[in-house]
Design a protein around this ligand. Structure first.
Ligand code: AMP
Ligand code: GLY
Length: 427
């Protein structure tokens, strides 16, 4: 099969790396890709959100199967375009992608189908939002309704902070149209867990669990980012919990979406809080997490491509995937200043030395190779240094050994990825 992957991050590098190993994979293309992806796929300079450009490429290269990495082209309707053109693909339609694109859509679905999630209310008027915040008290959570690149959430520990967040979105236009309406949600206490399932419109195939670290700095401090590291499996996950999550959240949502006339195909990524009342949905994403995908792909033994094609063909029932028992842990190297402003075009050295270590893989996120052959950082999150180990402690040690080989004075990373899980192992 001629395959096209859409996207340019570490997630897409991990997907391309896994797909390129498939016996079913012919030429692998990636649009637009990055310097690391170029080692396993032919990169084509078309932006992930340039739907016309993607459609032209699909025809020109006679692509048999398209895998969409990021949410933006999904929400824009890339899968709808591919479906209309009769091109097989993996990812949800724009209607099904509302599970990520609209928090109020998801909240209404949860209410209708009894999917456990925190109590909430939606507002467009700041006075009404403020009154509700005062009525409920803190801690309380304020979220932009639409897509805000993972930065639309304020977990407010005081009423003042919550009101300020509501004002910034509704009056200050902080998130543009995405924040023209907000959700004010009950604060959920517990431990966080992310689960992933591949869905074919009717059936959900649960993947391994994973956990990321969203805060920029050690000790989970600093501003929220897209994710500064991740590990899989997540020790919070147990067999009994997996059964409850699959039944009450994942499969129930897939069944609900089918009943609503917008069957969900693709990756359903559920961010959960494990509370005293059981697992509660925090949010859905309609794609693999980044960097969660990197750790999942390191652990996946089975052929990824077969699974994604089975999902597209509505044949996931009784499909099975095998995983390495080992833990995979990924450390994100980001440009100094991320998630605020940062410099582009700085040189990175010795990445191949780190990548050459046993049980280690360096996935590229924001990198480009310039004419001189120099590897440059061109994004906020730049590299994902990923390692396997028999324990979280061992995987963490290996990942940081590789991190320490890489020579990039203009980048930084957290030094404590996996700390909760390491602390558990130390008992
Ligand atoms: P989200 O973008 O919705 O995943 O939210 C980002 C982060 O905010 C989550 O990973 C949680 O750490 C936190 N968060 C979101 N909603 C809640 C909630 N209702 N209660 C507590 N923490 C939350
Ligand atoms: N790492 C979280 C996300 O991909 O949304």
């Amino acid at each position: 099969m001629e395959i096209l992957v859409i996207g340019s991050g570490g997630r897409e590098h991990a997907l391309c790396w896994a797909l390129s190993g498939s016996p079913l994979c012919g030429t692998l293309y990636c649009a637009p890709g990055n310097a690391g992806i170029a080692a396993v796929a032919e990169c084509v300079e078309i932006d992930a959100e340039d739907l016309d450009g993607v459609m032209t490429l699909v025809t020109a290269k006679k692509i048999d199967f398209v895998v969409v990495g990021p949410e933006a082209p999904l929400v824009l309707g890339l899968v709808d375009r591919l479906n209309s053109a009769g091109v097989k693909c993996f990812g949800p339609t724009a209607a099904a992608a509302q599970l990520e694109g609209s928090k109020s859509f998801t909240k209404q679905l949860c209410a209708k189908y009894d999917i456990p999630t925190g109590a909430y209310k939606r507002f467009t008027d700041v006075a009404e939002a403020t009154a509700y915040i005062y009525e409920k008290g803190a801690p309380i959570v304020v979220k932009a309704d639409g897509l805000a690149a993972g930065k639309g959430v304020t977990v407010a520990m005081s009423i003042e902070e919550a009101v300020a967040a509501a004002e910034a979105a509704l009056v200050g236009g902080r998130f543009g149209a995405a924040g023209a309406s907000i959700i004010v949600e009950e604060f959920l206490a517990g431990e966080e867990l992310s689960v992933f399932a591949i869905c074919d419109g009717e059936n959900a195939l649960m993947l391994a669990s994973a956990q990321d670290h969203k805060a920029a700095f050690d000790g989970d401090k600093g501003p929220n980012t897209g994710g500064m590291g991740a590990y899989s499996p997540a020790p919070v996950m147990t067999d009994s919990l997996a059964v409850i999550i699959e039944e009450t959240i994942v499969q129930r949502t897939v069944t609900a979406m089918k009943a609503e006339g917008m069957p969900f195909t693709g990756v359903l990524f559920a961010g959960l809080m494990i509370t005293d009342n059981g697992p509660q949905l925090i949010e859905f994403n309609v794609r693999f997490g980044d960097p969660e995908c990197q750790v999942l792909m390191m652990r996946l033994k089975s052929d990824l491509l077969s699974a994604l094609v089975a999902a597209a063909d509505e044949e996931l029932k009784d499909f099975d995937l095998r995983w390495h028992d080992q833990t995979a842990l990924s450390v994100v190297l980001a440009a100094n200043g991320y998630p605020e402003s940062y410099e582009k075009g700085t040189e990175i050295c010795k990445v191949d030395d780190a990548d050459g270590l046993a049980n280690t893989k360096v996935f590229h996120a924001g990198t480009a190779r310039v004419e001189t052959g120099e590897l440059q950082a061109v994004g906020g999150r730049v590299l994902n240094v990923t390692a396997l180990g028999d324990s979280v402690t061992e995987a963490q040690k290996r990942a940081y050994e590789a991190v320490d080989i890489i020579d990039w004075p203009d980048g930084f990373c957290r030094r404590d990825i996996g700390w909760r899980a390491v602390a558990r192992e130390e008992g």
